[in-house]
Ligand binder design. Sequence first.
Ligand code: ADE
Length: 251
Amino acid sequence: MHFHVLTLFPEMITNGMSESIIGRACQKDLIHVDAVNIRDYTLDKHKKVDDYTYGGGAGMLMQAQPVYDAYEAVCKKTSSGKPRVIYTTPQGEVFTQKKAAELAQEEDLVFLCGHYEGIDERVLEEIVTDYLSIGDYVLTGGELPAMVMIDAISRLVPGVLNNDDSAQTESHSNGLLEYPQYSRPEVWHEKRVPEVLMSGHHANIEKWRLEQSLLRTKERRPDMYEAYLREHPPVEKKKNKRRKKTTGNEE
Ligand code: ADE
């Protein structure tokens, strides 16, 4: 999987994506993260990439030309020639685990990171396929959101996580938060690991984990819990129809 990040701060991306699991995935060629400096594509002799907004208002806007030319250069490096382009913006649809799974199917993804007051609308109209936000708050630029999304997508690429299982049991993958987990020692600060986890009884452990996931989701994310119940309505127990006792004298 190939990520191309169009940015004015390429080092933020190369530094942020070079450590830990993502760094290792890059070294193993499971994923590639290319940071493309938009400034390298400006035709302005002073290397300027921004200007004042028409109509007035505070701040500067990133101009269309360097963004478009950087995009065109990246397209040429992709297999389809027309990759999906994600603009990271607080005005976008909120990024979810479901969206991460959908995007993990792509061969190439382009992330466009805005700065200052944003980017000239005309180039956005021409190149952006997805407007995505990482939450209802405003950051100073799109690099951190791009890295958040690349991280979430990359860990779904086969081979990136050591244990394929953990991408499936974790929070959000089944609409519930993950159950609590424990490691050694058996007792810490007078707190004992729940007995069932020491039992080796797999069916009971699975049952306990599901109960804990449900409890935790209900408490911490009631919105997710309601959605889960709508998808998985509790099975109503059949009422025991009590048979009338017969006396033997009925007609
Ligand atoms: N750029 C600035 N804030 C953002 C956010 N919350 N999500 C995505 N991109 C952003």
